[in-house]
Design a binder for this molecule. Structure first.
Ligand SMILES: *Cc1c(COP(=O)(O)O)cnc(C)c1O
Length: 429
């Protein structure tokens, strides 16, 4: 690298465009990227000098804004001890502290923790746990049931339980393992419950349970597959059906975990515990990639007493100390603040202020749950044009297909939430 490029403080957009892949984009005609200089609180500073109010929390991850003192301090302190040390044969206090907190705050019964690098890997780990569990019991249960419109990540096992139709994953359908898909839960979160909403899942489990290792779902909120909120009774009944048919339940709370839906974990809306729980995204407050898969003593013991004698997974960066330290600071901040109040305030304000989009011609529906606000349009937006319009309006909101949605950091001010809602109204009108 030349001295010149080192001293060049402008982000080289041309190099970026030519050489770097961004999420789900073309290498020949990439959609434009906005260069970011820094971020602080709920504001993202672009290189151009503009400041944007963050509506996305960096895809569900950022709970307390950017450049947070306690998280910076935790990272700096851990850096001076060690960033990482292999987890095979070694351990450290940040990992122990994080495991304690997670066991403590997650739904009861989940007391064994597997740390990994990202959400998709946490899902792979969950699925491998389910497979090894049944293998240890000598049962040939090797299929999964997933919900239509669900999303569980981009790696292959995760893709095999992600909606097979609406998603791009159909590109790989000849390679992806075939699993079972049940109808998207038909009763919305705020509608009145209908028993027949369980018919499809009941039939599937009744006929196929001998092949089925686990049901995997995103509790209450289906995120990337459509920002859809479904009735807690579905989750409750799904738990009962899994018990009845001897099928494990995997709850993927990678998006919903840590308060986003108004409960610390979305499973609490139905007062259930899964057999396996996946966490990610907000675990480090948006600082770095990290994830965890929790399970019960029963599952862990059965796996460990099976043929392999061990659980067969162990990523290089497992239990990364820097990530654990930041996660500990983030969860300490979360659990000592009045997060239910923060989330509830955002919820009420999003509800009030997004309602005015409802009568607009382009708008299909408006829905809010916890600190998540969604405006569903009748037609998919022109992403590039709408993104530009949002930036001009001083907000960072990234629409997706027909969906314009926000899940701001919990510390967003009333005025910032108002700007987000006004910008959405401008774009929809
Ligand atoms: C984002 C997400 C994942 C994948 O997590 P990555 O960290 O992107 O691999 C899995 N499940 C759900 C529900 C998610 O929202």
């Amino acid at each position: 690298m030349s001295i010149k490029s080192l001293s060049n403080i402008d982000i080289d957009l041309n190099y970026d465009k030519k050489h770097i892949w961004h999420p789900y984009t073309s290498m020949t005609s990439p959609i434009p990227c906005y260069p970011v200089e820094s971020a602080e609180g709920c504001l993202i500073s672009l290189q151009s000098g503009e400041k944007l109010i963050d509506g996305m929390a960096s895809w569900w991850a950022c709970l307390f804004g950017y450049n947070v003192k306690e998280l910076n301090d935790a990272a700096t302190e851990q850096l001076s001890k060690m960033s990482h040390i292999m987890f095979g044969g070694l351990t450290h206090q940040p990992a122990v502290d994080l495991a304690k907190t997670l066991v403590d705050i997650t739904p009861k019964g989940l007391d064994k923790v597997f740390f990994s690098d990202s959400g998709s890997v946490a899902v792979e780990v969950a699925m491998k746990m389910a497979l090894q569990y049944w293998q240890s019991l000598g049962e040939n249960k090797t299929k999964f049931v997933a919900l239509k419109k669900g999303y569980h990540g981009d790696t292959f096992a995760a893709m095999s339980v992600t909606d097979p139709e609406g998603s791009m994953h159909e590109l790989y359908q000849d390679f992806v393992v075939r699993n079972y898909f049940t109808e998207q839960p038909s009763v919305r979160f705020d509608q009145s419950w209908q028993e027949n909403a369980m018919d499809d899942l009941t039939t599937l489990l009744a006929t196929q349970h001998e092949n089925i290792a686990a049901l995997i779902l995103e509790p209450i909120v289906q995120g990337a597959g459509g920002m859809y909120f479904y009735h807690p009774n579905y989750l409750k009944a799904a738990r009962e059906l899994c018990n009845q048919y001897n099928v494990l339940l995997i709850a993927d709370e990678i998006a919903t975990g840590f308060g986003r839906t108004g409960k610390l974990f979305a499973c609490e809306h139905a007062d259930i515990s899964p057999d396996i729980l996946c966490l990610g995204k907000a675990i480090t407050g948006g600082y770095m990639s990290f994830a965890a898969t929790l399970t019960t003593t029963k599952v862990a013991t059965t796996i460990s007493e099976g043929k392999a004698g061990v659980f067969m997974h162990g990523p290089t960066f497992m239990g990364n100390a820097l990530a654990c330290a930041v996660a500990n600071a983030n969860l300490c901040k979360l659990l000592t603040c009045d997060w239910p109040q923060l989330v509830n305030n955002i919820s009420i304000q999003l509800n009030n202020e997004l309602q005015k989009c409802q009568p607009l011609d382009k708008v299909q529906s408006v829905r809010v749950l916890g600190a998540i606000g969604v405006v569903e349009l009748k037609q998919a937006v022109d992403m590039v044009a709408v993104q530009k319009q949002f930036v001009e309006l001083g907000v960072w909101i990234r629409p997706f297909g027909k969906l314009i949605y926000v899940m701001p950091p919990y510390v967003a001010s009333q005025q910032q939430i108002n700007c987000l809602c006004e910008a959405i109204y401008e774009v929809c009108k």
